[in-house]
Design a protein around this ligand. Structure first.
Ligand code: SF4
Ligand code: SF4
Length: 191
């Protein structure tokens, strides 16, 4: 796996990064990481990550903000919670991954070589608009932004799902959209 480091000198480290991450829900115990590596050894997909979960925890503590936020690791994480269950320091590693995903999207610095952040953004936009995800719309929007020509390849599968009634073109809206928007606004303000 290729390592893409952006931090080369100590002066480039962001000493406030740990504080920023710890502010997120369930991320308060990162400082207690003892670097035992249990998370990395239990993670079923660590083989495909650019930084293992153990290394990512050390990077957060060390202030490697750019490297952590641009890493593919957070997007490869499948949220299986194995690491969280096994961590002897009871660190909620899966929630830390979610926090890093949110920060990477908010700051627009997510890994560009992987479609998952775009998928997450588009899904969040659709849900904010309609209250519900629309499979056809989310896949179309993601493909247009990441791999427009790949859509041609996927078209037969999309048509087949559509004719079998497994995919709707326009998707559904929930009944009380204003109430949901109020809820989302409240959540944003409470941050
Ligand atoms: S299992 Fe927990 S304590 Fe061990 S390296 Fe991973 S996060 Fe740190
Ligand atoms: S939650 Fe993510 S990081 Fe943790 S073991 Fe599962 S895939 Fe790996």
């Amino acid at each position: 796996m290729e390592y893409l480091r952006t931090v080369k000198y100590e002066s480039e480290l962001d000493k406030k990064f740990l504080k920023e991450v710890v502010k997120h829900s369930e991320c308060d115990k990162i400082l207690e990481c003892i670097q035992c590596g249990t998370c990395s050894s239990t993670c079923p997909v660590s083989l495909y990550m650019d930084y293992t979960p153990r290394k990512l925890m050390a990077m957060i503590k060390g202030g490697f903000k750019d490297d952590a936020l641009k890493s593919k690791t957070v997007w490869i994480c499948s949220s299986c919670y194995s690491c969280t269950v096994m961590c002897p320091a009871q660190i909620k590693i899966t929630d830390v991954m979610y926090a890093l995903k949110r920060m990477a999207i908010e700051k627009g610095v997510y890994s560009k070589g992987i479609p998952t952040p775009v998928l997450a953004q588009e899904m969040s936009n659709i849900i904010s608009r309609k209250g519900r995800n629309s499979e056809m719309e989310v896949v179309t929007r993601m493909m247009l932004r990441t791999n427009p020509f790949g859509m041609l390849k996927m078209a037969p599968m999309g048509m087949s799902l559509f004719f079998k009634g497994r995919m709707e073109i326009f998707g559904e809206k929930i009944k009380n959209l204003p109430q949901m928007r109020k809820l989302l606004k409240g959540l944003k303000e409470a941050k």
